[in-house]
Design a protein around this ligand. Structure first.
Ligand code: RP5
Length: 170
């Protein structure tokens, strides 16, 4: 099946933080390509990858980077497909540098910016899935079913907590 989602990381040192994104996409059965390209160190590679993936039918780009995180913006400059950014905490500034660099795009070139690190990585995959589900009823149902599972987990945890705290909780 052709690649529907691309995940770019700015450095191989980002892999562990972004792996949850790939895992969610894999669970949902969405074909993706997970690769490394840097907006600063390999700008030509980044542009060529965007062009190549777009030509192959890729519909959503997910970009994760730390420090002066220009990757999502650089990809957004190259494609009109939705770009989702994941800022990473990779410097002594704790990710505030990457967050601001990713979210503060000039009008006309948006990057849908997620939370930092692994939580943002997971939601990037869910957001990409929701975008693809606009034209895919089966995927839409799959997302709904996954949410039902998460909701059941919360309810179970609530019952368990109440049972463990018993009367003191009344
Ligand atoms: C960013 O700089 C990368 O996305 C990474 O988070 C950070 C550090 O990169 P390395 O020096 O570890 O390759 O461009």
């Amino acid at each position: 099946m052709s690649v529907k989602v691309a995940i770019f990381i700015g450095s191989i040192s980002d892999e562990a933080l972004v792996t949850p994104c790939a895992e969610v996409l894999r669970t949902l059965g969405i074909p993706f390509r997970f690769t490394v390209s840097s907006a600063h160190r390999t700008p030509e590679r980044t542009q060529a990858l965007v062009d190549e993936l777009e030509a192959q039918g890729c519909r959503v780009f997910i970009c994760a980077a730390g420090m002066a995180a220009h990757l999502a913006g650089a990809v957004a400059a190259r494609t009109c497909k939705p770009v989702i950014g994941i800022p990473l905490a990779a410097s002594p500034l704790g990710g505030m540098d990457a967050l601001l660099a990713t979210v503060q795009m000039p009008p006309g070139f948006p990057v849908a910016t997620m939370a930092l690190d692994k939580a943002g990585a997971r939601n990037a995959a869910w957001m990409a899935a929701q975008i693809l589900a606009l034209n895919d009823p089966a995927l839409h149902d799959q997302i709904k079913n996954s949410r039902a599972g998460l909701q059941a987990d919360v309810k179970r945890a609530g019952v368990d907590l109440e049972n463990r705290w018993g009367a003191q909780n009344a």
